[in-house]
Structures are given as structure tokens and as C-alpha cells.
Design a protein around this ligand. Sequence first.
Ligand code: FMN
Length: 350
Amino acid sequence: MTRLATSIGSFPLRNPVICASGEPVMTEAGIRAALRAGAAGVIAKSVNEQPAAARQLDKADYAFLDAAGMATAGPAAVSLFNRSGLIQRDCADWFAAIAALDREAAREGAFVAASIVYASTDGAETVASRARRAGLRVFELNVGAPHASEAAAGAIVQETDPDRLEALVRRVRGATEGMQLWVKLTGLSSNLPALSMAAQRGGADAVGMMGRFMGLVPDLETFRPVLGTSAAYGGGWALPIVCRFLALTRRAAAGSLPLIGTNGVRSGGDVARMALCGAGAVEVLSAVMHGGFGAISRIIAELDTFLERRGLAFSDLVGDLADRLEGYGDQLETPGRWRDFVPPETLQSE
Ligand SMILES: Cc1cc2nc3c(=O)[nH]c(=O)nc-3n(C[C@H](O)[C@H](O)[C@H](O)COP(=O)(O)O)c2cc1C
């Protein structure tokens, strides 16, 4: 399947579909299942140095929502709404386990990465050097977990200031020499191009975008929120928002910064759409929570068919749309076009 081959900078991937960090890959068995399904790699469930973040897992809860944002258990489920927590295993033990899986994966041209949802610069640096000592090749630094505003104080930090982000990434870079350092950015900022450039200045090899959003889902039976609180909200509906930020960031970095898309990929066509906007790879999780690890095989097969039918390689897609993106001012004039989009009464003469 060479038409699917891609890379994040100098790091080659057998295809662009990475299984993102989350509960399905919180065990060795889950990570192995994602790799068996054909994922290019797995970002293992994140750690952080604060016990409060791990304890949050005991209060985690999850609901599937339909397109109208109503809770459903059935096939109409298109969005995942949840509060999550972080892994409760000892960090050194978890990193030793995933490093062993990474060595196995490397023989198949795949990888298993360590990930932190960070709480402090010192903590991120310490955890990063543990990942390096364990022999892991890829470290993902998540600075944008949506739960930051709701979790216990200090347990999770969301970085939206470019200067502070650059300083953080530089410290973590110092601890991850020789490793791939990928920085996963928040979805709760409109400053993603500036944050991406800051991450690059700090030494990141790639940035991932964008984290999920926060929502509040009123239940019309109980008049209380679904899950009892605000929580993270993601779905296929997020993909156009992510695509725009991918394209803007590719333009800001003049193509010099490898991009990873996440938030909203549900099909092979969705991978292609993120690639057109500049993503060299994507991270997928909700599709696995909706449909099991088979969703990864399905997405890869759909992308392969899409490319084969057009006689294209995946690398032909990357950035093709972003590099030709026009602004409002470049568009043809369409006087009166607004009339097609209003009710007839608006156009009646008084
Ligand atoms: C239940 C759940 C747990 C998650 N846990 C983590 C995590 O520990 N670390 C992380 O970086 N991202 C985490 N994420 C974010 C996912 O890795 C992914 O980026 C996000 O869900 C958007 O992609 P998707 O639309 O394919 O789900 C989690 C997402 C969900 C739904």
C-alpha cells in the first residue's frame, strides 16, 4: 500500500491514520488491537504528574449524542460527549510497557508514542525525560485538553499564550533529544497559527490540531445537564473548523511545519479532506469508540480506494487545497445572490 505512505517531517508512516490518545488505548491489549487494525501508530493514553488528574478518571463519564445534540444509544450517535481523566498506572511502568510495544511496532513500520496532558512545565519536562529514558521514539505534548477549565485546580493546563508555549516546548525539547516531539494544540483558541509557530520556534517537530470543544447539553427530561456537568464535545461536525485552522497554519508556516489533524475524522474521505488542508497524518479516536478498532481498518481501506480510483498517492493531497485557498476579496461578484436565501415575504414590495 505504498500510495498511503506519508511522513511527519523525517518520521516515516506506513499510512496517515494514527489511533489518538484515549481510553481505547489505555491498555496494552488496546494498543495491540489498534496496531493490528493497521494504524500507522498509536498515541498511548496520556499521563500527567498530578494525582488529581488520574483521580479524575474515577469521575469520567461518556454519552453518545445524535446530530441534534440529544443523548442516544442508537445508530444515530454521531458525537461523543464526555469528561475524561488520565491513566492511573505509574508513569515509569506505563512507559516501559509502551516502549516494549513500540519496539514490536517498529518491526512492522509502526510506532507507539508517549503522551502527556500537561499540568506544569517542570512536570512536562520530567515526564518527557522518562519517556526518553524508556526508549520511546515519539512524545506528544498535549497543551490543550478541553477539560482544563473543569478539572481540579492545577491538574490540567491549557496553554493559549504563544510566548509561554514557546518556552514550554523549548524545555520539553531539551528533554526529548533524538525523539519526535509533537505538540497537540487546543480547540478553544482562535490563535492556532500563532501557537503553531511558537511551538515550532520552541523546537516541535510537528503540531496536532485541534483539541475538542467544551459543551453543555441540557436534558429536557430532567432539566439538568447530560452527564451532570459541562464536558468535552466532538463530532464529524468539527472537521470543517479543523480544516480551516490546518490551512491557515500551513500558510503561516509556509509549509515548513508538519501538521497532524484531529477532531472529526470518521471516514477515509475525512482523512483526504484534512490532508488537502495540510495534514500529513490524522489522529482518530471517537470513530473507535463508536465502532471499535475495525473503524481504523475501514478508514484506511476507504482512503486507499479513494486514492486508487483517482490514480493518486496520499502525498499528492497534502496541502493541495490550502496552497490555493482564496479570500473573500478574490471571489466573483454575485449581485442579488442573497435573494435566493431568504423567505419570499422579504422580497415582496410593500
Ligand atoms: C474519551 C476520550 C479520551 C481522550 N483522552 C485523551 C488523552 O488522554 N490525551 C489526549 O491527548 N487526547 C485525548 N483525547 C482526544 C483524542 O485523542 C482526539 O484528539 C479527539 O477525540 C478528537 O478526535 P476524534 O474526533 O477522532 O475523537 C480523548 C478523547 C476522548 C473522546
